[in-house]
Design a protein around this ligand. Structure first.
Ligand code: PEP
Length: 249
C-alpha cells in the first residue's frame, strides 16, 4: 500500500453472466461494501444500466471494460466514453491484455482511448503487463515502462488515473509472480509515474491483477506501491471479491 492512498478493489467481469446473475452479483457486492476501500465493478456493456440500478444508493462505483477513442460517429459495435459517463460509469478499463491481444490494441490506441475517457470525465484504468517470454528474458520492467510511456496521456495524473499491472501469464492461470517481483515492478511503475507526472505520480493508484484471490490477497495487497487489485475470476463471486477487499482494508 502507499500511505494515505485509499485502495481500489476493481472487478472485471469480462464477458460473463446473465442479466439476472449480474444484478444479483452487484447487489451482493453493494451489501458488503466498507468505507476503507473503494469498490468498483466493471460489467459487460449490456449489463451496465441494470447494474447501475442495482448499485443505486451504495458506494460501489461502476466502470466499463473499454471505450472507443472517438466521442461519437460511424463506429458500428463500439461504445463512446460520453455514453458511459451518461449512464453513470465513473471508470473505464483500457488496454487490458485481452483487448491488446484480441483486438490488436497498441499503446497508441490505448492512449487515444484514455484521452477520450478523460474528455468524458471518466477515470481510465490503464492495464500494462509483460508476457511470460518477456518475463523469462528479463525484459519485464522495460516492457512495462514502454507501455506506460506509450499509453498514458497528459492529464492522466490530474484526473486520478489508475494503472493496473497485470502480467499476461498470470491472468486466469492461478499463477502469480513472486512477491519480490510484484514489489519490484510496482516500485518501477511508481518511479515512471513520478518521472512523468512529478509529485502527482506519487499518489496515483497502482493495482495488481492476475490470479488475485482471497488466499493470496493479504500478502500481495500489503506490498509497497500495491494500492489495490484488478480482479477477474474471483470478482464473479461476491463473497470472494469482498474477502479480497477486506484484505485491502
Ligand atoms: C484480469 O483479467 O483483469 C484478471 C486479473 O483476471 P484473473 O483475476 O482471473 O486472473
Amino acid at each position: 500500500m502507499t500511505p494515505g492512498v485509499r485502495p481500489l478493489i476493481a472487478g472485471n467481469w469480462k464477458m460473463n453472466g446473465t442479466l439476472a446473475e449480474a444484478t444479483a452479483l452487484a447487489r451482493g457486492v453493494a451489501a458488503g461494501s466498507a468505507p476503507a476501500v473503494e469498490l468498483l465493478v466493471c460489467p459487460p456493456f449490456p449489463h451496465l444500466v441494470p447494474v447501475a440500478a442495482a448499485l443505486a444508493g451504495s458506494a460501489v462505483a461502476l466502470g466499463a471494460q473499454d471505450c472507443h477513442a472517438a466521442a461519437k460517429g460511424a463506429h458500428t459495435g463500439d461504445v463512446a466514453a460520453p455514453m458511459l459517463a451518461d449512464l453513470g460509469a465513473r471508470y473505464v478499463i483500457l488496454g487490458h491484455s485481452e483487448r491488446r491481444a484480441d483486438h490488436g490494441e497498441s499503446d497508441a490506441v490505448v492512449r487515444a482511448k484514455a484521452v477520450a475517457a478523460l474528455a468524458a470525465a471518466l477515470v481510465p484504468v490503464v492495464c500494462v503487463g509483460e508476457s511470460e517470454a518477456q518475463r523469462l528474458s528479463g525484459e519485464a520492467e522495460t516492457v512495462v515502462a514502454g507501455q506506460l510511456a506509450g499509453s498514458l496521456p497528459e492529464g492522466f495524473a490530474a484526473a486520478g488515473g489508475v494503472v493496473a499491472y497485470e502480467p499476461v501469464w498470470a491472468i486466469g492461470t492461478g499463477r502469480t509472480p513472486t512477491e519480490a517481483d510484484i514489489a519490484a515492478m510496482h516500485a518501477r511503475i511508481r518511479a515512471e509515474l513520478e518521472a512523468t507526472f512529478g509529485p502527482a505520480g506519487a499518489t496515483l493508484r497502482i493495482l495488481y491483477g492476475g490470479s488475485l484471490k482471497p488466499s493470496n490477497a493479504e500478502a500481495i495487497l500489503a506490498l509497497p506501491h500495491v494500492d489495490g487489485g484488478l480482479i477477474g475470476g474471483a470478482s464473479l463471486k461476491a463473497e470472494d471479491f469482498l474477502a479480497i477487499a477486506a484484505a485491502a482494508g
